[in-house]
Write a protein that binds this ligand. Structure first.
Ligand SMILES: C[C@@H](N)C(=O)N[C@H](C)C(=O)O
Length: 205
């Protein structure tokens, strides 16, 4: 059964931040991630079939950016589920966006990504990156019944990223992380190694 990011077991995981800095990815303009994650993405890239590469769409996200996505999506959910209380809204929204307290992107520990050919064409994955459960009728879930091409490409993506030490958030085929609380919970690590981190001065506009 999928553990959602709103589940209290995620928040209960300890964080002992190892202080890895945020670093830019030279193959993804404007994207910052923790150094340990960047190294693992390099490993994953090397494991991909010839002619296929990662397109990293997003890495570190500010707390304000995370909160804005939460508020926007919760407003949509309130319209769709007028009888839902706040606990249920938190649960539903965490299928698509993490609660701020445990947000992997805010820790620089997560990437949203897909696969591209050498010429930059995106491979078919069954949905666009960031399609909500409602927009995609559930096809955004990694294990959803998608067509053979999308299943093959999701399997290639997962094979490289999992071998490099990342874990997937099962409600989003494109979301992978290393070092955050969710990663620690799923891998059985004693603690998370990345907590919330600010954008360094050198990277601010
Ligand atoms: C909003 C979506 N792109 C995303 O990043 N979701 C994950 C679960 C997150 O908020 O960490």
């Amino acid at each position: 059964m999928t553990i959602l990011l709103a589940d209290p077991v995620v928040r209960a995981v300890r964080v002992l931040d190892n202080g890895d800095p945020l670093v830019p990815l030279d193959y993804a303009l404007g994207v910052l991630v923790r150094e340990g994650l960047a190294r693992r993405l390099d490993v994953a890239r090397a494991l991909l079939p010839s002619g296929v590469d990662l397109r990293v769409v997003e890495g570190h996200r500010t707390a304000a950016g995370q909160s804005a996505i939460i508020e926007r999506y919760k407003a949509e959910l309130r319209g769709l589920h007028p009888a839902a209380d706040e606990v249920e809204l938190d649960r539903l929204s965490s299928r698509f966006v993490a609660p701020l307290a445990v947000a992997p992107h805010v820790a620089g520990a997560a990437v949203d990504l897909t696969l591209v050919t050498r010429s930059g064409a995106e491979l078919w994955m069954g949905t666009e990156v960031d399609a909500t459960p409602e927009e995609s009728d559930g096809a955004c879930f990694f294990g959803a019944p998608v067509d053979d091409e999308a299943r093959h490409n999701r399997t290639v993506l997962a094979g490289a990223l999992a071998a490099a030490g990342l874990i997937n958030y099962p409600t989003e085929w494109w979301h992978w992380s290393y070092g955050d609380r969710y990663w620690a919970l799923l891998t059985g690590a004693d603690h998370a190694v990345y907590g919330p981190v600010e954008v360094p001065a050198w990277a601010r506009a």
